[in-house]
Design a protein around this ligand. Structure first.
Ligand code: SAH
Length: 217
């Protein structure tokens, strides 16, 4: 719809570029993915508002800026294989899939995973594989990954995720001992047993629930 194309262009200028998102691949991906298709019909009119939106099951689709920021922070290249934890609506997976070769995404709520799969098939995304399970343990079957992004907040960095990074790989994850507020952290695997860690910014995400997430405490 023409109106949504205009709103998307405005979102890119006012919410992304104005705040410093500058990677051309990220901007192009954010322009290519129709966010209005990833939100429930009753909030479609707000698809390009500057915030998260409810997607059912008590979960949310992240703010467009947060999706762009995390995607940029992953420092992606064309041939990369990426793992996302927290499929939700499938929106962030769709954005990632426009930049890299292959996206694996894990969701613990089967109903959300099914809806995302149906939606991504309908929209013609062919390089995304959706898995149902506890993503706090990663998805060892397809490891290692060049980049891993977690779109839910963890009490600490899950060790299975750092172990599933390729050497040189990047993990971007909200971390903190509070169920609502976290610090976005980037971990880089610099060698077999060497990692570096940077704190990027304060964020708010729904909790990562699982064996290496919140259920374990
Ligand atoms: N990336 C999503 C936003 C998802 S919100 C989007 O673009 O729409 C976070 C999601 O993480 C929720 O759907 C929640 O169910 C899921 N989640 C929470 N804990 C999880 C876990 N251990 N494994 C997989 N998914 C998890």
């Amino acid at each position: 719809m023409r109106d949504f194309t205009l709103q998307r262009d405005m979102m890119i200028r006012e919410q992304l570029e104005y705040r410093g998102i500058s990677d051309p691949a990220v901007i192009a991906a954010m322009r290519a993915v129709p966010r209005e298709e990833f939100v429930p019909a009753d909030v479609r009119a707000y698809a390009y508002e500057d915030g998260p939106l409810p997607i059912g099951e008590g979960q949310t689709i992240s703010q467009p800026y947060m999706v762009a920021y995390m995607t940029e922070a992953l420092e992606l290249s064309r041939g990369d294989r990426v793992l996302e934890i927290g499929t939700g609506s499938g929106y962030a997976a769709a954005v990632l899939s426009r930049i890299v070769a292959e996206v694996h995404t894990v969701e613990r709520i089967a109903g959300l995973a099914m809806a995302a799969r149906e939606r991504l098939d309908r929209l013609g995304y062919t390089n995304i594989r959706i898995h149902v399970g506890d993503g706090s343990l990663g998805w060892p079957d397809q490891a290692p990954y060049d980049a891993i992004v977690v779109t839910a907040g963890a009490p600490e960095i899950p060790q299975p995720l750092t172990e599933q990074l390729a050497t040189g790989g990047r993990l971007v994850i909200p971390v903190g001992l509070n169920l609502t507020f976290q610090t976005l952290v980037r971990v880089r695997r610099t060698g077999k047993d060497d990692y570096s860690r940077e704190e990027l910014m304060a964020v708010m995400f729904v909790p990562l629930i699982g064996a290496a997430g919140w259920e374990s405490r």
